[in-house]
Ligand binder design. Structure first.
Ligand code: HMG
Ligand code: MG
Length: 298
């Protein structure tokens, strides 16, 4: 494997938990900087309830301005979260062509995050995925708390595999397996990936690590060795989920790029340009961001 795909989630997962409301124009500036740095897959917003996640209010404007202001590049993909049919309709109206449904591997997290049971969530996903496919949209399916839940603790590997298979049966093009609260270790990662790849092609699996306990890069390395080549990360290490206490710190995109490029794996990302974006976000949010490469660059 010589090329790795990076799904940048900073403008969505990165910002959704911030107290400082980030304006549409700052988000578009952030996304412009990410594109300029060479990132090709960027999650730019979420068509979720603004009462639940106020920071994602105005995602329509973000999407529209990204399409208007950012020059089209080959292979550039913008995506957004859509939790239900209402979210799908908002997404469709915005002009975005790539969306993501998001479910959980535990009942408690599903309830807290999207206010329904896992069973109900799959019915909602169907109501999004079917029309999305008719519109020829690309759909990602997230599965959160795949290694541990803040409310229930340990999560069964078998359940994660079953739910991932069900998401694919519903028609998602890719699944992202989330260590939402950053508890996974490489041994668990290897075991889960081996289980998943028995029934799911590796090209359809992305890993989404949080660095809450410092294991994110070790987990990426184990995933690479297990055949995975799509990773989610967030510029500066921004992020966390409002419904998962302790979910601070998505894996920082700079830290991921530094390791991958150093290992001779091509990412197409210019680290110095990426650092400009994280420095801009530090100024915007008025705090130090957790990326180690960012802090070492000062
Ligand atoms: P609900 O309250 O059960 O929804 O929320 P409802 O259908 O009963 O509707 C209640 C109100 O919300 C109504 O408005 C609806 O119109 C409105 P009202 O009549 O009260 O004025 N509403 C909406 N408004 C805008 N857009 C919509 C929408 N849907 C309903 N799409 C719902 C259910 C799913 C909407 C809510 O729970 C929600 O928005 N949850 C999102 C939570 C979220 O965004 N969490 C963070 C993302 S997941 C994550 O971070 C993990 C991940 O990154 C992976 C990882 O890190 O591991 C993916
Ligand atoms: Mg995350």
């Amino acid at each position: 494997m010589s090329r790795v795909q990076i799904q940048e989630v900073g403008p969505r997962d990165g910002l959704q938990n911030e107290d400082t409301q980030v304006s549409v124009s700052t988000k578009v500036k952030m996304i412009t900087g990410l594109v300029d740095a060479g990132l090709k897959r960027i999650e730019v917003g979420a068509f979720v309830s603004p009462k639940w996640v106020p920071q994602m209010k105005g995602s329509e404007a973000v999407v529209k301005q990204c399409f208007q202001k950012i020059p089209k590049k080959r292979g550039l993909h913008f995506s957004a979260l859509t939790p239900n049919f209402q979210g799908f309709e908002r997404a469709k109206k915005s002009g975005i062509k790539e969306i993501a449904v998001f479910g959980a591997a535990s009942e408690s997290f599903s309830k807290k995050n999207i206010n329904c049971t896992i069973k109900e969530s799959f019915e909602r996903f169907r109501q999004v995925i079917e029309p999305a496919k008719s519109e020829k949209m690309w759909v990602r399916g997230y599965l959160s708390v795949a290694f541990g839940c803040p409310y229930e603790g340990k999560v069964s590997e078998k359940k994660v595999i079953q739910l991932s298979e069900r998401l694919l049966q519903l028609g998602v093009d890719e699944i992202s397996i989330g260590d939402t609260i950053g508890v996974a270790n490489p041994k668990q990662v290897k075991s889960l990936i081996q289980g998943l790849l028995k029934s799911i092609p590796k090209e359809k699996v992305a890993m989404h690590f949080h660095d809450t306990r410092g294991t994110a890069l070790a987990n990426v390395l184990e995933s690479l060795n297990s055949g995975i080549s799509i990773f989610d990360s967030s510029v500066g290490g921004l992020g966390g989920c409002p419904y998962a206490k302790g979910a601070s710190g998505n894996l920082a995109t700079e830290d991921l790029i530094y390791m991958l490029e150093g290992m001779g794996l091509k990412t197409g990302v210019d680290l110095s340009k990426l650092l400009k974006v994280s420095k801009m976000m530090e100024k915007t949010l008025k705090r130090k961001l957790p990326s180690k490469v960012l802090q070492a660059s000062k």
